[in-house]
Design a protein around this ligand. Structure first.
Ligand SMILES: Cc1cc2nc3c(=O)[nH]c(=O)nc-3n(C[C@H](O)[C@H](O)[C@H](O)COP(=O)(O)O)c2cc1C
Length: 166
């Protein structure tokens, strides 16, 4: 049976994105990790960050899960900085301890964005899609969601249900 993990990439743990993550969790039963609660430094060519939270988190993900759902707010037309740092740090495992990096092969990836309106941007999905292809993961697509005045609409809830029933 597939076990999935939702990776929440907002700069606040209890904001709009967390409302979407709560719904995704209820729909899928997947575990959640909040990157905002982790100490994960920027990629470093000399791997000076090897003692922060990333190494343990990544090993846990590739060992115990086979589906990753990246959930990020839209910040400046793209994924959040916190989420981008997570992707950058995957490079650690393409250079060191490559056996863990290779475990991404065959895993599934989906991406979810959140903002305050239904407007979505061309190109937003590209880093997820291309990264999945580069890492040998199967890309399952993207869902855009939005939260207006702290409320998730029925439309967005229906979109979430439809996306995860695929
Ligand atoms: C730094 C920053 C940049 C943002 N850039 C965009 C943007 O380019 N397009 C957009 O639609 N919303 C943008 N927003 C609005 C957020 O996407 C929106 O408020 C989102 O729901 C925030 O989720 P959060 O509460 O999890 O941070 C931006 C917000 C912040 C804080």
């Amino acid at each position: 049976m597939k076990k999935g993990i939702i990776i929440q990439g907002s700069s606040r743990s209890e904001g709009d994105t967390s409302k979407i993550v709560t719904l995704l969790k209820a729909d899928t039963g997947f575990d959640v990790v909040d990157l905002n609660q982790k100490n994960i430094g920027h990629f470093d060519y000399e791997f000076k960050n090897r003692d922060d939270d990333f190494i343990e988190l990544f090993k846990d993900i590739v060992t115990n899960y086979n589906v990753i759902v990246f959930v990020t707010p839209i910040y400046w037309y793209t994924m959040s900085g916190i989420m981008k740092v997570f992707f950058d740090r995957i490079s650690d495992f393409l250079k060191l301890e490559k056996d863990y990096g290779r475990q991404l092969r065959g895993m599934e990836m989906a991406s979810v964005s959140s903002s305050n309106d239904s407007r979505f941007y061309d190109g937003f999905e590209m880093p997820f899609k291309n990264s999945a292809a580069y890492l040998g993961m199967t890309y399952r697509g993207h869902l855009h969601t939005w939260v207006e005045n702290d409320v998730v609409s029925i439309e967005v809830k229906n979109n979430i249900n439809a996306f995860f029933s695929k």
